[in-house]
Design a protein around this ligand. Structure first.
Ligand SMILES: *[C@@H]1O[C@H](CO)[C@@H](O)[C@H](O)[C@H]1NC(C)=O
Ligand SMILES: *[C@@H]1O[C@H](CO)[C@@H](O)[C@H](O)[C@H]1NC(C)=O
Ligand SMILES: *[C@@H]1O[C@H](CO)[C@@H](O)[C@H](O)[C@H]1NC(C)=O
Ligand SMILES: *[C@@H]1O[C@H](CO)[C@@H](O)[C@H](O)[C@H]1NC(C)=O
Length: 531
């Protein structure tokens, strides 16, 4: 498979020379000190904005690597070992020596966590409604009419892999922090620096073996599909949690998971299915001996919540990569009832506990007495976790319509999010000083546009101007409070895929990377254009 490498080569960006950059260092943009209301907006059609942009960054950063350097060194090492005649290819003869191992690959169901007589047993039920196909983008739908339908597995995925499963309460011990501190987020599954920066190869089908204390996450995620990857390939990655409150010996823990699924197996190309995030809550005794409540779900309040990426043969020699987004109405796990004592109830580990009603559960959760003063509400708890995954989110982002109101109130600039670009302190400074930030999905804007009532007409017109200036996949737009678009930049240009607008490349040179320079230029341009 030369797919991704192929793509990276094609997308080789323009590399400015150091000299070019230095030569023009003197001409810098003057930022008007006048505060003007400018509105910056990133229009995207990807749910998992950060994942999406990270992918771009990845391709961008990997352009000038040789094929071999792209592969993890352990893979190269293994390959060389079995490529016994060193010709750079595995012959059938060389493959035969390996073949037996392909059948011993660990299955999700191989992770056995016994439930003992001394345990408290809890039944977890899975709820699942498949992806709504009509929410997928039109533009790529024609692409899957090839001879091998890469969406085959997606179409067959109409129910959870395991509808209900019993656990012991102590299996959930991995959710607990090493040290209990209310309101302090902690990592449960954390990507290494290498995994964050180099990203994990998409050319895989089977999840890697997981460590003992991560088996619970693998098993929970397996209830939806047999091939979960508990660490997604691109940031945001991993699992973090925060103790929201304590009730006596019980802890109320909120968590957020960025994991993904591989839906295909050979001969189909890999198909990656990435939920925007999974979040949830559990109420557990601090020694993990009892589990009162467990809930984990895909948030569904956004209009799109799934990111998909796959390779497809559409004629031609090399496969091409397709990306799409969609909406899945339900992907949810819930405990049927609080955990029960195996000894006392004389149940067997195979016996499923029938579900208590929502009302009963609610009453039970309310009956806990709130003993902590450092009590956080649910929203601020999830916000804490969000900022933990994206530190630059310290700059607040507003919903589209609210952002305009905010801009009028505060006489400030607004800025939107672009990842590693946004991690630049220069960009953050500009945003903080001059912009009010928001981001919106295309579907969100379309909904705003369609509201033509008197009170909403102004929002509708502003949203229309933004949408008229949008191009796939991500567009950063600066609007004045009256809606006039005064600057825009497309992610492809920002990351320099076939970009022709290079005239500003030499304007700023301070050792920062190219996309960051472009973004600073983009923001300054808007400030200078404001009237
Ligand atoms: C439950 O039964 C097991 C074995 O019969 C015993 O070792 C354990 O102490 C009992 N636990 C409780 C909580 O009674
Ligand atoms: C799928 O999405 C479309 C467009 O948003 C909607 O009209 C339709 O009702 C949805 N179908 C289901 C089964 O939810
Ligand atoms: C909660 O508080 C009430 C009144 O303060 C008390 O009657 C009740 O027993 C407490 N419940 C628990 C579970 O501690
Ligand atoms: C249209 O906008 C008005 C004012 O914001 C709001 O009250 C109304 O609910 C909106 N209508 C729809 C269909 O969203």
């Amino acid at each position: 498979m030369n797919d991704l490498r192929q793509r990276r080569k094609e997308d080789r960006p323009f590399e400015p020379t150091e000299q070019q950059a230095r030569a023009s260092k003197t001409s810098t943009f003057h930022i008007s000190a006048r505060y003007v209301l400018i509105f910056s907006l990133i229009l995207i059609s990807s749910v998992v904005l950060f994942t999406f942009l990270n992918k771009f960054q990845f391709y961008f950063n990997n352009e000038n690597t040789f094929d071999e350097q792209y592969y993890p060194s352990e893979i190269i090492h293994l390959f060389r070992k079995y490529d016994r005649n060193y010709d750079g290819h595995l012959s059938l003869d060389e493959f035969e020596a390996l073949a037996s191992q392909f059948n011993t690959k660990k299955q999700s169901t191989d992770y056995i966590q016994p439930i003992l007589g001394s345990d408290q047993l809890v039944t977890i039920n899975a709820f699942f409604q498949p992806l709504n196909y009509s929410t997928m983008s039109q533009s790529v739908r024609h692409a899957y009419l090839g001879n091998l339908d890469e969406l085959h597995s997606l179409k067959l995925w109409t129910q959870p892999f395991i509808p209900r499963l019993n656990f012991a309460a102590r299996h959930f011990k991995s959710f607990l922090p090493k040290q209990i501190e209310i309101g302090k987020p902690y990592w449960i599954i954390e990507a290494t620096k290498q995994q964050r920066e180099e990203h994990i190869s998409a050319n895989r089908y089977y999840p890697p073996d997981v460590e003992d204390d991560q088996v619970i996450f693998h098993r929970l995620l397996s209830m939806f599909h047999v091939r979960p990857f508990i660490l997604s390939r691109f940031p945001p990655q991993g699992t973090a949690a925060v103790v929201r409150a304590r009730y006596g010996p019980f802890l109320d823990i909120y968590f957020r998971i960025h994991a993904e699924y591989q839906l295909n197996t050979p001969p189909y190309h890999p198909f990656w299915y990435t939920p925007g995030q999974l979040q949830g809550r559990l109420v557990i005794r601090e020694d993990a001996s009892e589990l009162t409540y467990f809930h984990m779900y895909l948030p569904t309040e956004k209009r799109l919540n799934i990111d998909m990426e796959w390779l497809t043969n559409v004629g031609g020699s090399a496969p091409s990569m397709e990306v799409d987004i969609g909406y899945m109405p339900q992907m949810e796990l819930r405990s049927a009832a609080p955990s029960i004592d195996m000894n006392e109830t004389k149940t067997s580990p195979e016996h499923f506990v029938s579900a208590v009603t929502d009302e009963m559960y609610e009453k039970l959760l309310n009956s806990f007495n709130w003993t902590t003063e450092e009590f956080l509400d649910e929203k601020s708890t999830y916000d804490l976790l969000e900022r933990f995954f994206y530190p630059f989110k310290e700059v607040p982002y507003y919903e589209y319509r609210r952002a305009f109101k905010k801009a009028e109130e505060t006489n400030k600039l607004i800025h939107a999010i672009i990842l590693w670009v946004l991690e630049s302190s220069a960009v953050l400074h500009l945003l903080r000083e001059h912009f009010v930030s928001t981001w919106a999905l295309v579907v969100d804007l379309k909904a705003i546009i369609s509201n033509q009532t008197n009170e909403a007409i102004q929002d509708s017109q502003r949203a229309k101007q933004a949408l008229d200036n949008y191009a796939f996949p991500v567009e950063s737009i600066i609007q004045q409070p009256d809606g006039t678009v005064i600057a825009k930049i497309n992610a492809n240009d920002l990351l320099n895929f076939e970009s022709t607008s290079e005239q500003f490349l030499n304007i700023i040179s301070d050792g920062t990377d190219l996309p960051t320079k472009r973004y600073i230029h983009f923001l300054e341009q808007a400030i200078n254009r404001q009237n």
